[in-house]
Ligand binder design. Sequence first.
Ligand code: NAP
Length: 327
Amino acid sequence: MPRAIQITAFGGPENMQLVDVTVGEPGPGEVRIRHHASGLNFIDVYQRTGLYPGALPLTLGMEGAGVVEAVGAGVSHLMAGDRAAYASNPPGSYSELRVMPARNVVKLPADIAFDTAAGMMLKGLTAQYLLKKTLPVEGLQAGDHVLFHAAAGGVGLIACQWAKALGLQLIGTAGSAAKCELALSHGAAHAIDYSREDFVARVKDITGGRGVKVVYDSVGKDTFERSLDCLRPFGLMASFGNASGPVPPFVPGMLGPRGSLYLTRQTLFTHIATREATQAMADDLFAVVSGGVVKIRIDQRYPLEQVAQAHRDLEARKTTGSTVLMI
Ligand SMILES: NC(=O)c1ccc[n+]([C@@H]2O[C@H](COP(=O)([O-])OP(=O)(O)OC[C@H]3O[C@@H](n4cnc5c(N)ncnc54)[C@H](OP(=O)(O)O)[C@@H]3O)[C@@H](O)[C@H]2O)c1
């Protein structure tokens, strides 16, 4: 029987168990896919702990790559034997075999390996919609400064490279000198070690006192309010994660005196709600990866059985770049 990593209760990494599962035929609009690799993402932690609660028992994992085994009625963009990859709800990519909606599954170009794909779909599509669609009212022009927290992480290293290709001056934050070096070597124009330095003061210094047009903030609780202080008037605070904990309730009035700021809370799943949108974003991502503009750096690989260690390392801020579970 195929194996999968499931939880039956929300909690710590030890709650994840390797179990045998039964996988049937794909229904209308579905595919059955045999995974070669699955990507690790911070959202998996939120789902494991119940911060984002799902129905139990739950097979975790939102990002995968493998070979399509069978397609259900009405699926015309994939066929059995296709190499494919996805970032998708519902969770379930921590598995050898699964049936899932075909909507977010795309054909994988021949020059992109399964492990690379598993390390880039969710993170790369996120970097895509952030840098290209999550924009301040004044837009972003070449030479503009943006602030990107956790710049040496999975989403972060992709964003550093893509931002550079777009001509942006990305100021990255990261939790150590070594991580700052990594961000710089992947295209960040500046890097701030926010475990030691006052990132607001550094951003003001780098931008000649003006501040940035956008802050992309996935750290959440620990950075939210100070991120607002990095923005120039009419700037955009793009909150998209909670690595340090969810942003507490706040008073909208605090946006006014800081310069009539804008605030948005973004999620990838709004952007990939349709097959057409998913394909268009994936095509954009494949173009920069195949063209060598964005390199997918897989710094950690674990066998599926060692997923608990992978979660511990991610939560302990020990990882950089992408992490892949080999299946
Ligand atoms: N909304 C969306 O559409 C969407 C999609 C994808 C990802 N995300 C979010 O984007 C972020 C990055 O995701 P990822 O999977 O690529 O993870 P990641 O960046 O590889 O790992 C998270 C990083 O966050 C930083 N961090 C800061 N405070 C932390 C804390 N208290 N505990 C743990 N980490 C902390 C750490 O980097 P430093 O040590 O350098 O601080 C850590 O390495 C996550 O918050 C994720 O939820 C959101």
